[in-house]
Structures are given as C-alpha cells and as structure tokens.
Design a protein around this ligand. Sequence first.
Ligand code: 26W
Length: 866
Amino acid sequence: MSDNATTLNDDLELEVVTDIDPAPASTDDTDTATAESRPTKRKPTHALALAPVGSPPSSVDGFVKEFLRELNFGQGVALSTSTVNDQYMALAKTVRHYLMARWLETLRRQFQSQAKGVAYLSAEYLLGRQLGNALLATGLTEIVEEGLDQCGIDLADLRAQEVEPGLGNGGLGRLAACFIDSLATMNVPCVGYGIRYQYGIFRQTFVDGRQVEQPDSWLTLGAPWEFPHPEAAQTINFGGHTEHYTDTDGVERSRWVPGWKVKAVPYNYMVPGYQNGRVNTLRLWRSVATDAFDLRIFNSGDYEEAVRAQTYAENISKVLYPEDSTPQGKELRLQQQYFFVAASIADLLRYLLPKDYDLHNLPNRVIFQLNDTHPVIGVPELMRVLVDEKKMDWDEAWAITQQCFAYTCHTLLPEALEVWPVELLGRLLPRHLEIIYRINEEFLEQVAERFPGDHLRISRMSIIAEFPERAVRMAYLATVAGAKVNGVAELHSQLLRDKVLPDFDEFYPGKFTNVTNGVTPRRFVKLANPALSELITDAIGVGWLTDLERLRELEPYATDEEFRERFREVKAHNKRRLNRVLEQRDGTSVDDTHMLDVMVKRLHEYKRQTLKLLHIVTEYDRIISGEVAAADITPRTFIFGAKAAPGYKIAKDIIHLINGVGSVVNSDPRVEGRLKVLFPPNYNVTLAEKVIPAADLSEQISLAGKEASGTGNMKFALNGALTIGTDDGANVEIRRLVKDDNFFLFGLLEPEVEDLYARGYVPSSYYEKNESLKRAIDLIAEGAFSNGDRDMYASVVGNLLHEDRFMALADYESYIEAQDKVAAAYADTEWWTRAAILNVARCGFFSSDRSMRDYIDRIWHTPPAY
Ligand code: 26W
C-alpha cells in the first residue's frame, strides 16, 4: 500500500490528493522498458502547457493513490469489498485521467492551428478492448502492474473484465479502428465519426452445433471510456416535404419541411497516439427523442404514444446491422446512415470551424473520408446545407463538395453494392432525393457532351438505376462526388477500375487510386504478442513499432540458429497462452506440439470455409480408410472463428457442419488425437489477439477476385504464421514481399475464374473426376458427421454439387496439393521457422501507418500537424 495513504479504518483507504506527479518524458519508444529497468521516481523533464492534472504518474505510489481515490470516490467502495468490475472501472478511469490533459491540449491546438484534418465517416468501428491500448499508449503498463500488485490485484484479471465494444462486423470496422490509431500516432488531425450502437455485433453461441445469436450488452457493466456530451446534441430531421420559393433577391430556392426529428447526442472516446502525447477523438452518436417531439404528444395527453415516440427515436442507434456484404435495404439502416452523417457534418461546421468561417475554404480544412457507401448520403447533405441553409450558389457548392469527399470501396461483390429505392429515399429524405436527381442530371449532361449519342453509356452510368426498381446507386454517387476513389489492395483497385466502374475510370482519369490496407502494429503485434515483441526488440532495438519497415533488420536472424530457437519458443508460449484462454472460456484445449492451422473471418461463401472443411474431411478419410496411418500424419489443430449473418441460411448451415465434423473427428479413436477441430464461439477482436499470435498456418482461401483485401492475412504474417492462400486481395502483395518460397499459393487465378464462369462452371464434374473429393463429399452426404442422418447437411452438399458459386470444387485439388506441401514443410522445423521469421521481417509494409501515409499523400493532403 502507498505509504501516503491514510488508512481510516481496516479497509477504507482515503486520502485527499493535492499534488499529482508530473509527466514522464516519453515521446520516444519505451516498448522495451521492463519493470526492472524503469525508474520508479522520475524527474520532470518538461512541463505540459496545461495544468498537470491527470499527467501520468511517475511513480507506483502516485498511481496507487489515484487508483484508490477512484475506487473510493468514483465507485464508492473500499478495496476489500470491491468487485473485479469496481476495480476495472476505477483503473479505467484512473488511466483515462492521465490522457485527459493531452486530449484537451490536442483539441485546443487543433482548433488554434486550423490545420486540415480528416473526418473519417464510418458506420462501424470494431475497436477491441480499450484498457490495454490506453496503458500501452501512456507507457503505464509496468507502473500499473506493480501498483495493482501492491493492492493484491492482478492486472490481467481487470483486463479480462472489459467487454469489447464490438461496433462493427468485420474487416471494414476493424480497419477504421486501425486507421484512427495510426493517425493519432502520426500526429495527424482526425475525428472519427460513427454510431454508438447500444447493441454491437451479436454474441454468438452454439446450441447443438448451430449458431444462436444473443444480444451484445456491452454497456451494462458501465462504459468508462466514453464521455457523453448532451449539450452538444444535434437535431436530425426526417420525412416531410420540400417547398420551392423565390427569395428577396429573386433567387429560386428550396427548403425542406421535415415531418419528424430526433436528437443526436455525441459520445466522445479518446484515441491516444502511441506514446506521443497526442489524443485524437472518436465521436459516436446516440439517438434520443427530442424534447419538442415528446412534449407535443405528451400535451395531447397520450402518454403511451409519447413513450412510443421515445422508443422510435432511440431505435435508430439501438443495434448494429449484422449483415456483412448483403445490404438488406431496410429503412432503419438508411435512417442510421443519415442520422450519423448529418450529425457529423453539422458538428463539424458548428464546433470545428470558427464562427464566421468562409465555407469556400472548407476543402482546405477538412476531408470527409467515406468508409464504403454507408455514409454517402453525406454528399447530398453537405449540398443541402451549403445551398439551402448557407444560401450558396449550386455550382460553387458542388465544387466544394467534390473536393471535400473521397470514397473507399471495400468490395467487388455486386450484391454488396448499396442501392436505395427512390421510393424509400424520397419518403425519408425528400430534399436529398431532389439534390441527387440534380447531381445526376448535370453529370449525365457532361457524359452526353463527351459521348454524344451514346445512350447505352448514359444509362449505364446513371446514378439512378431503373431496374428492377428505381433506385439510387450509392457507389456511383460516391464516385461522381468524390475527389478520389480507392480500392483496398492492388488487385482490388485494378478490378474496381476494370470491372465495376470502367465507365467512370474512363470519364475521370486520375480519380481512381489504390491504398493497400494495413493493420496497427500496436494492437496486433505489441499488445497481442508481447513475447514476439520482446524478441524483436532484443534483436533490432526499439523504434520498429512506429516504423514497421524496420522489421527488415530481422532478415539476417532467419539463419541464426539461436534466434530461431527463441522464435519457436515464442510460438509455443503463445500456444500455451491460447490453451489457457480456451480452457477457461470453452473447456477445450490446444496442444503446443500441434501445428495450428487457423481460419478466422466472417462466414461467407466467397471466403470458402467449406473448402477448408473438405481438406479436414479428406485428412480424416485418409486415416479411417487406412490410406495412411494416423501416426504418419502431421498433428494439426484446426481453429475456426466465424459469425454468420443471422439471416444467411447457408452460412449458418456451414457453421453447423463445421461443428458436426469437429465433434466426430475429435472423438474418433482411430485419429489418435492427431487431428483436432476447434470452433470457439463468438470470435471477436479479443479472441483474435490470442489466436493469431499462436497460429502456424493462416488460411486465406477466398476465390480469386472476391476478397477485396483481407486484413487478417496481414496480422497472421506479422505474427509469424505462413499463409496458404489464393492469388486474391492483399495475398498478392504479401506473397510478392515474402517471396514465393515462403508462401503456399494455390487455386485459379482471377482471369481463370472469369474464364471458367464464362465457359459454364459445372461443379459436379470435379466431384466425378476426383476420387478423394468424391469420398469427402460422400462422407458428409452419407451422414458420417450427423449420426447417419443424410438430411442434416443436405443443403451444404447440394449447394456444393449443384451451385458452388465460389468454385470450391474447382480449387479442391490444388488446395489439397498445397496442404500436402504444408505438412511436409512443417516437418522440417528449421525451414519452417526460417520462413516464419522472413514473413515477419518482410511484412512491415502492412502497417496501417503506411496506409495512412498513402492516404495523406494521394488523397487527403493532411500533413502531421497540431
Ligand atoms: C450490409 C452492407 C454491407 C456491405 C459491405 C456491410 C458491410 C460491408 C463491408 C464492405 C464488408 C467488409 O467488411 N469488407 C471488407 O473490408 C475489408 C477492409 O477493407 C477488406 O479487407 C475485406 O476484404 C472486405 O471484405
């Protein structure tokens, strides 16, 4: 216990804190500082501009004092009676206090400098747990560990208490979280805007092997990382009609007379840079009923109706849509999109700009980055604000708008491209529909001017689709409005230009560009894999965490026997750590002598979890048919992690099948424990941080041309797993960097896929031709994994044999060959370790810091600033 603590009675520690420790000098990497090497008392080396309230403590005692104060005064409990949740809350609040001065300072300087910044508009942020990241950013981990230890508390227990904010579906949401981390670390002004869903992505459970969704109540135990600002609420309008009038200057104008409104209340979250004293902001909006709305109904005496109105308003930010890639075209979804985008634009104009700001300069002050088409309704919204509210001339407003937006596309699947029926848009946002019509009209006039008489082209390029119903093509609107349009990996950007938007590429030379995705090494290497991080720092020193290309310096160590031994020990350590996690959460186990073969990502047909299953069933069949002795098989544990959209029937059937195969393979004595299939439910960022560092083999097996980029692929490679993958998304770039020898390539190439589709793809012909494929499918069909029930998995079998949209059967043979090579390669331990080290050394390119640099140079033009 801190010796300054005044003990009032046996267990209540109470004290009044009058002095707070000054900030340590920590602008450089301190990622190697261990508890032993870190001085417990530091002299202040520089003073903060602000009052030192909340500066990081330079001593364990200082921390303990603040922590106990939060526990006593904030939670209202004594240490001895406190629950783990009390302790977690107190710790989170203590840590956030240390970031507060920096946050205020960042905001002050940002406003003062008026430097150009990024407004990242994203309907999803898949943040992962906050505590570990905040500790890392402040450099407080060791101090906190020691201080808590003095209080008899294990930091790991408090970290485990945090429920991660799962405010996203998958890659796109996690990418947004990585990007804002990088921008803060690189000192680039950025506000992330999004929705504070009350329920994030559902919690997945399995009942008899089938997915059952539970609500994700991430807020119930308290939300220590958020700062609500009801005073900064915005009113958001919907419905009603438009009016057209001539103003006193004789100018024809329009106004929107809305039918109903809701209030958008901002909740701020800190986005700390890595030990650089900067804290950017993530601002998420929550919908609540407006007072006016309530009152009107209230006064009419209809209490129940007033309460219903409240519910209606709160519904908008109630729940994240769990569909990944198939938009449902639901009215509430459009409401969500407009709700957060309109609130964000209004917020920006109201709070980030000085009072009399000349909006003609807006492009010098902000760039709105559209994370896929979800926020594209912001385009007509900015036009409405500029033209209807600020009385700007249309052409001027359009010129500004076209410089203020840029659009990132994250898909190639035609069904994932959002389209809003004109009927729905017109009913919900009548003025916006008019604006979209005018944008389209003027755009098509330009097209007609350049391509006179080319009516086909004009109808192809129209922002308004006519069939099967009149609808707004949001990707087209984004492309016309955006200063730049980018794909998320080289191949994807190429296909985007050539296949999805070729007319637009021709029409707007220079508008299309590529920015290959990246991942933050702070979370996905340092936090997730401390053992590897220490090994790296031992070899190449500090600094790599903010300059990931420096991992190249590891290359010579690939041939260093001692280093390889230590590298293997790190992997085994991470497997044992994963084992503990899985034992605790699911009662399952992994053996650190097994190869860990991992496929974690959303369940989607194009990602081909079925192909992975066919491989497992083939291995199983080789044993039970006596083709090989179990003892001769490379021991492997297969790990799946995947959520299926609740309405995606075949995806849910595939989950059921994975669990069916798992329970049979795991319990068949003939397998002698050499194969094991694990499917821990509820794969999320928290589990990813434990699974990825333990993996030996990364499965990136989408059909070529379907996965825009992938980001899991990058996380695995950076953590020393080898990839088995198709020539798709960012796999292409990973393979180029790590070199062919260190990557297991298989499958059709994208042009071959196109060709096969064109020739007519007949999946059953592969089944007929390939004996082991036939046996694998027959095993499933005959009920080997369903107690003889031939109906249970008939949908999956039928789909593979008669449809197989994503050509799993066509790639089967090549996949099995590659897997056999993997098995042989893994047997050569020294070779495998060397290749794994080279994967780490050569993948520094995939830091999201590099992605951010690319966006800054090619799209945003927002240099580091205050
Ligand atoms: C329901 C509408 C909808 C449509 C698309 C919801 C979500 C989406 C996203 C685009 C799905 C998504 O997460 N895409 C992934 O984005 C990652 C980040 O760029 C890429 O790495 C993945 O390849 C891509 O599938």
